[in-house]
Design a protein around this ligand. Structure first.
Ligand code: C2E
Ligand code: MG
Ligand code: MG
Ligand code: MG
Length: 286
């Protein structure tokens, strides 16, 4: 069929991929100036306790308000920032901003448990020699308790990491920073390997949560979630589920023993003030 469609087909495909290459180049070139001009901003998505429905904190998710293309999501520019090394200053900016925000939530004060903030770390940041020093400095400047910060690293970024490579994470964990394994279940972690990691939370990948959305729930996904929860709790790790979009999904995951949930069912990522509002209403309503 491709042949029958003739040369035009290829031309179109080539033009489209040229356009993509050009777009990638221009986005990449624009990154450093964007950071200087303050075009990045953060949306916060609540993390909710499945036990009592209270808001426990939020994940910081970076966006780029591009002067031409409008709001770009991280999937459109994080990889580019990683390729050019800009991820290190960008990641430091996200951390600084999120730590300041978490401190502000705490100061605004309400009767619930203090709000925490989760920040994603890219593999380049993990290899960056000043990660620990920078993080300590950011926490100091913000006056934020290390226990109010959770750093998320993906399971795949840690696969094959030796003791040397894990040392910065271990140092941060020793300081009281929580470490979460993001997108858990998509890599190849085994029990022995998990024990060696300085992590306190597994964030179950959205693909498993999706299985709970069907009615009846996908039996294989149910078994997998059950297995992961029991493994996690045996190792004293908390389980957070991402991508919860419906109430029945949330209820199912709660019954399976998951601890914390995140997803559109509770709230889409949004501005920082809204998180504080959600936390207040939640506490006010019981
Ligand atoms: P992630 O850390 O796994 O973040 C969760 C993603 O799922 C977010 O996408 C979030 O908006 C989306 N999401 C949340 N709830 C739902 C839901 O109920 N349904 C669906 N379909 N999606 C949901 P987002 O904001 O586009 O971020 C994508 C990825 O970009 C993140 O995945 C994370 O790996 C990366 N990222 C975001 N911010 C940063 C950052 O500051 N630094 C680094 N290095 N990576 C970041
Ligand atoms: Mg994450
Ligand atoms: Mg995730
Ligand atoms: Mg994910």
């Amino acid at each position: 069929r491709a042949k029958a469609a003739g040369g035009n087909r290829y031309e179109v495909a080539d033009a489209a991929s040229d356009a993509r290459v050009i777009a990638r180049h221009s986005l990449t070139n624009g990154l450093p100036a964007a950071l200087e001009k303050g075009e990045f901003f953060i949306e916060y998505q609540p993390l909710v306790s499945l036990e009592d429905g209270s808001v426990r904190g939020a994940e910081a998710l970076v966006r780029w308000l591009h002067p031409v293309h409008g709001v770009l999501g991280p999937d459109q520019f994080i990889a580019l920032a990683e390729n050019t090394g800009l991820i290190v200053p960008l990641g430091r900016w996200v951390l600084t901003e999120a730590a300041r925000q978490a401190r502000a939530w705490r100061e605004a004060g309400y009767d619930g448990a203090p709000l925490r903030v989760n920040v994603n770390l890219s593999p380049c940041q993990l290899r960056y020699p000043d990660l620990v020093a920078d993080t300590v400095a950011v926490l100091d400047d913000a006056g934020l308790d290390p226990a109010a910060l959770c750093l998320e690293v993906t399971e795949n970024d840690l696969i094959g990491a030796d003791e040397e490579a894990l040392r910065p994470l271990r140092q941060l964990a020793d300081l009281g920073v929580d470490i979460a394994l993001d997108d858990f279940g998509t890599g190849y972690s085994n029990l022995a390997y998990l024990r060696r990691l300085p992590v306190s939370t597994l964030k179950l990948d959205r693909s498993f949560t999706l299985g709970m959305q069907r009615d009846p729930a996908d039996p294989v996904d149910v078994k997998i979630v059950e297995g992961i929860v029991s493994l996690a709790h045996t190792l004293d790790l908390a389980v957070t589920v991402e991508g919860v979009e419906t109430g029945s999904q949330a209820e199912h995951l709660r019954l399976l023993g998951c601890d914390t949930a995140q997803g559109w069912y509770y709230a889409r990522p949004g501005p920082p003030d809204r998180l504080h509002q959600l936390a207040l209403t939640d506490v006010a309503s019981g």
